[in-house]
Ligand binder design. Structure first.
Ligand SMILES: *Cc1c(COP(=O)(O)O)cnc(C)c1O
Length: 221
């Protein structure tokens, strides 16, 4: 299938799944994850009219988008991968939302830089719902204090939570858990669901699904 057809098919899933759970299709942002995809495919997606994209590395995002962004004023770029503190300035120059706030040092430096620039950007806290040692994200037990830190000390605009479920677990368990955590803290946005599991994430309240291969095909490695 072409990229345009893939977009159509995922969007029609979104319409069907939101209708079933009494929500609106417009409640869901489809983030087209363009990491490690060739430039032609990004262009093809832009030609379908799609404007919301996700990248997981600042440097690659610059290569992909720096030259294109001025031509697409309504383009929205989401950082969905880990952010090193020495890349904060570069990230803020390009991205419109950050899904991966996951530690105090990052929150503090991000807050400082935003204050210096006199701007604000919507942020998600990444939660390590499976408590996997190799995975980034705050543990569920540290979330209440970390959220407070982000809001009070770092003055970040935290709009929601993000997770990447462990590969070997049923993802719905983690999506339900993230939804519960978000409710407890009165956070409205949930960044969860990828190509293989967005259909499970939407009924559990996802507001941002991050879809790569189902739109663009396999990535280069
Ligand atoms: C790569 C990536 C995705 C997209 O994964 P697909 O399985 O290709 O849809 C989503 N979220 C994050 C954080 C990623 O790094």
């Amino acid at each position: 299938m072409s990229i345009a057809e893939n977009f159509k098919s995922i969007k029609s899933d979104i319409v069907g799944l939101t209708a079933k759970s009494g929500r609106q299709a417009s409640d869901i942002d489809l983030i087209a994850v363009s990491k490690r995809q060739p430039q032609e495919k990004l262009q093809e997606a832009l030609e379908t009219g799609h404007r919301i994209f996700g990248e997981n590395r600042v440097q690659e995002a610059q290569k992909h988008w720096s030259a294109l962004k001025p031509n697409y004023p309504d383009l929205e770029l989401h950082l969905i991968g880990p952010l090193q503190t020495n890349k904060i300035k570069d990230a803020l120059a390009l991205f419109d939302a950050i899904h991966t706030v996951d530690r105090e040092k990052l929150a503090r430096k991000l807050g400082h830089e935003l204050e210096n620039q006199g701007k604000s950007i919507p942020c998600f806290i990444q939660v390590n719902t499976g408590e996997e040692p190799q995975k980034s994200g705050i543990t569920p037990k540290d979330l209440p204090d970390f959220l407070k830190f982000c809001r009070v000390e770092a003055k970040l605009d935290i709009i929601g939570l993000m997770c990447i479920p462990p590969i070997d677990d049923p993802p719905a368990v983690h999506f339900a858990f993230l939804q519960k955590l978000a409710r407890e803290h009165n956070l409205k946005q949930l960044s969860m669901g990828m190509s293989s599991d967005y259909q499970k994430a939407i009924p559990l309240g996802a507001t941002h699904i991050r879809v790569g291969t189902a739109l663009f095909g396999e990535r280069a490695d």
